[in-house]
Each structure stands twice: as structure tokens, then as C-alpha cells.
Design a binder for this molecule. Structure first.
Ligand SMILES: Nc1ncnc2c1ncn2[C@@H]1O[C@H](COP(=O)(O)OP(=O)(O)OP(=O)(O)O)[C@@H](O)[C@H]1O
Ligand SMILES: O=C(CO)[C@H](O)[C@H](O)COP(=O)(O)O
Length: 407
């Protein structure tokens, strides 16, 4: 919990105090701020600000946003990220079996689907998709993420993907790292401003289609036509509300069809680009060989086994939606993951704690989708960068005053 003290900018006759936690209509267990106005000698009462200063102590929460469309690898990324911090992520113990939340020692991942304001029937009746902002409660999302960030537990709603209904809420206590993942973590400016770091998984239509087929046809028994129809139905709202968020992201993992196989339409070999914004506090982009240069590298040969179509890296400075960025690109796939150490040793600023940590993480999760290509490699690296960012923030942050109630 944050430790807070309060003072007033009003006259000496006024005081502020913080009472014991109380539940509010917004569903958070708030340290209630009370602004008392005592009558002055003349019987009047003034007005002023009550300023609360909270020092986060050892319990400040770093907030990470992860945006992507459904079926674009958010869960896989989350598993890699949680693993970097150690410990397995599990749903809240003894809670709703259909909870979307995953908790580990250091991290709590909440799914923003839980802020759907319309359930499945409600959306159908109103003719809106879940991607439409009108189907989501951004006020509540903002209030609750803000509360958690300042050390206050909340009762977060649950959207039940099995029934399509909104279930009774679950208690979310402030973790060390809160990840908000889903369709809209960067859509609402107020929520966006709470993020210490943001990531967008930008999966091209061709690849998204291939992944959807693989999962929804092979694993969930959907027909090819229904998958196509579902992608088409979501596309206008995806283009309008989800995709534009990538311009705000501190890191984008862009997944495209390979350029190594002419006219490839299988979507198995991938070209993956890690787009890293320059000038982000506590985040220094990864580079290949020489920072700021433009470099193309084919690592295949004596030290890295490659079968057709090989592997190609590219690195260099660029611009992305008007922002200066560095882009690291990998096209192709690894034959032998243990040889990844060769590639790792040529990358800098990867925020590892020991030589070979990226390779170790990749080998540990060799069975996760994307472990043999740039998706797994870049997700792992972003996970390490987030650990580094967390460590920098927690070691450097000082108390910041919060403007509270106005009398
Ligand atoms: N890097 C990858 N390479 C190949 N396939 C992948 C990759 N990441 C994800 N997939 C495929 O996409 C499917 C969805 O992945 P995942 O469950 O991680 O996505 P999600 O965004 O969490 O989905 P949802 O929001 O629908 O739960 C996986 O079952 C897998 O088939
Ligand atoms: O885009 C989505 C995010 O995961 C889902 O489609 C949305 O949450 C609605 O879920 P469901 O289809 O289970 O009613």
C-alpha cells in the first residue's frame, strides 16, 4: 500500500485527513480523502485544495500496456514476460474459474475485455462489436488502473468469455507490475497516460489469417468460411479503433510475411520487425553491431545452421508515425535454438543479467508459438527490457504529490 499524507492549501482553519480504506461506487478500496472545513470566527467556510502526497515505498505499481487484436499472440507474450520475472502465472486462487486474470509473484495481468460494458447479447442488440468504444467502460478502466497504480485494491468486473455475460467482480490487489492487455490499452488518453511502457503487436492480415486458421480451425473446429467472416466483420472497427493505437506504442512488434520466399502465401516463415521509440524514459533500444548505423546481416554459415530460406537481420534508424525509432528486423527462422547464442552475442542493450539469458529463455519455452522466429526472440527481448525498466523505475522514483478533492 502507498503511504499517504495530506495537507490543505486553505486557511489554518481547514484540515485534510485520510481515513481507513472504504469501498466506493467505482469499486475501489479507497483511502478516503476527507476535506474538513471548519467554520471561521466569522462563521464562513472557505474552499481550497486538499493535496495528498503518496510515497509508494516498496509497493509502487509499474503499469504496462499490451495492445493487439484477438488471436494475435498476447497470451503467448504474457507467458514469456511472466517467465522473465520468474514464477508461473495463475488465475486468482479460489475465484471465478472463468477469470481472465493471471497472477504471479511479481505481475498481475488483467484483460481489458473485463471492461466490456455490453455483454454478448447487449452488443448484438445494439449492433456493435467488442472493438467499438461504445461497448467498453473507459471511465471505470481509468479509475481502476489509476487506483491500482497508486496502491489501492479494486473490485474489477469480469467478462465471461464462456457465457458472454458480465460476472460478479474479483478483487485485484496492487502488484509490483500490472499488465493491462487487450484491445484498447492506449485508446483512452487518460489510461494511456498511466502507462509506464506500451507495446503493440501488429500482426499483418495475412499472418493473422494463418494463425486464426491454425487455432480456430484445428483447435476449435470452426469452418474456414466462419473464420473469414469473423475477420471481415471485425475489420472496420479494428481499423478505426485498434490499429491507430500503434502510433502511441513505445515498442511495436510487427509481423509480416517473409520476403525470403517470393509470393509466399503459407504464412509460416515470418519477417518480424521490432520498432523501438527513441527517447523513452528508462528504455534504450536494442541494437545490432553498432548503435545508429544501418546494418544488414546474414548470420547463416559456420556458426548458425540455416535451412531454406535462411535468415536475414536488418537494423537501423527510421521514423514511425513521425517519431524517431530504431528498427531491428529478423526474416526467416532458426533451425537450432541453442545456436541462437551466436545471434544474441551480436545484439547490444538487451538488458540481460548474464551472458546467454535470451537464449536460455527461448530454450526454456521452445514449445511456445514463435520460438523459432523473430516473434519469440523479440517478445523475449521486450520482456527483458520491461524487467530493466521496472528496476530503473523502482530504484529512482520519488514521492509525487497528487491533487485531490476540491472543497
Ligand atoms: N508467434 C507466433 N507464431 C505462430 N503462431 C502464433 C504465434 N503467436 C500466436 N500464434 C497463434 O495464434 C494463436 C493465438 O495466440 P494467443 O492465444 O497467444 O493470442 P491472444 O491474442 O491471446 O488471443 P485471444 O485474445 O483470442 O485469447 C495461437 O494459438 C497460435 O496458434
Ligand atoms: O475481441 C475480443 C477480445 O478478446 C473478443 O471478441 C471480445 O472480448 C468478445 O468476446 P466473446 O467473443 O467471447 O464474446
Amino acid at each position: 500500500m502507498a503511504v499517504c499524507s495530506a495537507y490543505t492549501t486553505q486557511s489554518l482553519n481547514s484540515t485534510c485527513s485520510i481515513s481507513t480504506p472504504a469501498k466506493t461506487h467505482l469499486g475501489f478500496h479507497q483511502k478516503q480523502v476527507v476535506f474538513y472545513r471548519r467554520s471561521s470566527k466569522r462563521g464562513g467556510s472557505g474552499s481550497g485544495s486538499c493535496v495528498i502526497t503518496c510515497s509508494a515505498g516498496d509497493s509502487q505499481t509499474v503499469v504496462i500496456g499490451l495492445a493487439a487484436d484477438s488471436g494475435c499472440g498476447k497470451s503467448t507474450f504474457m507467458r514469456r514476460l511472466t517467465s522473465v520475472f520468474g514464477g508461473a502465472a495463475e488465475p486468482p486462487k479460489g475465484g471465478n474459474p472463468d477469470s481472465n486474470t493471471l497472477i504471479s509473484d511479481m505481475t498481475t495481468v488483467i484483460c481489458l475485455d473485463d471492461y466490456h460494458s455490453l455483454d454478448r447479447t447487449g452488443r448484438k442488440e445494439k449492433g456493435v462489436t467488442a472493438l467499438d468504444p461504445r461497448a467498453n467502460d473507459f471511465d471505470l478502466m481509468y479509475e481502476q488502473v489509476k487506483a491500482i497504480k497508486s496502491g489501492v485494491a479494486v473490485d474489477k468486473p469480469i467478462y465471461n468469455h464462456v457465457t458472454g455475460l458480465l460476472d460478479p467482480p474479483e478483487l485485484i490487489k496492487p502488484p509490483k507490475i500490472l499488465v493491462i492487455e487487450g484491445l484498447h490499452p492506449m485508446f483512452d488518453e487518460r489510461v494511456r497516460d498511466l502507462l509506464d511502457f506500451s507495446i503493440y503487436l501488429d500482426i499483418s492480415n495475412e499472418v493473422k489469417f494463418a494463425w486464426k486458421i491454425q487455432r480456430d480451425m484445428a483447435e476449435r473446429g470452426h469452418s474456414l468460411e466462419s473464420i473469414k467472416a469473423s475477420i471481415e466483420a471485425r475489420k472496420p472497427d479494428f481499423d478505426a479503433y485498434i490499429d491507430p493505437q500503434k502510433k502511441y506504442a513505445d515498442a511495436v512488434i510487427e509481423v509480416l510475411p517473409t520476403q525470403l520466399i517470393p509470393d509466399d502465401n503459407e504464412g509460416k516463415v515470418l519477417r518480424v520487425r521490432l520498432i523501438m521509440k527513441e527517447g523513452v524514459k528508462h528504455f534504450s533500444p536494442v541494437y545490432l553491431f553498432d548503435e545508429g548505423s544501418t546494418i544488414s546481416w546474414i548470420p547463416c554459415g559456420r556458426k548458425l545452421t540455416c535451412s531454406y530460406p535462411g535468415i536475414k537481420f536488418h537494423y537501423g534508424p527510421d521514423t514511425y508515425f513521425g517519431n524517431e525509432v530504431s528498427i531491428l528486423e529478423m526474416d526467416g527462422q532458426f533451425d537450432r535454438l541453442d545456436e541462437l547464442i551466436y545471434v544474441e552475442s551480436h545484439l547490444s542493450n538487451i538488458s540481460t543479467k548474464f551472458y546467454g539469458e535470451v537464449t536460455q529463455q527461448m530454450l526454456k519455452h521452445a514449445d511456445f508459438p514463435g520460438s523459432n522466429n523473430g516473434t519469440g526472440l523479440f517478445q523475449t527481448i521486450v520482456g527483458l527490457k520491461i524487467r530493466d525498466l521496472y528496476e530503473q523505475i523502482t530504484s529512482s522514483k520519488t514521492a509525487a504529490p497528487l491533487e485531490a478533492t476540491k472543497a
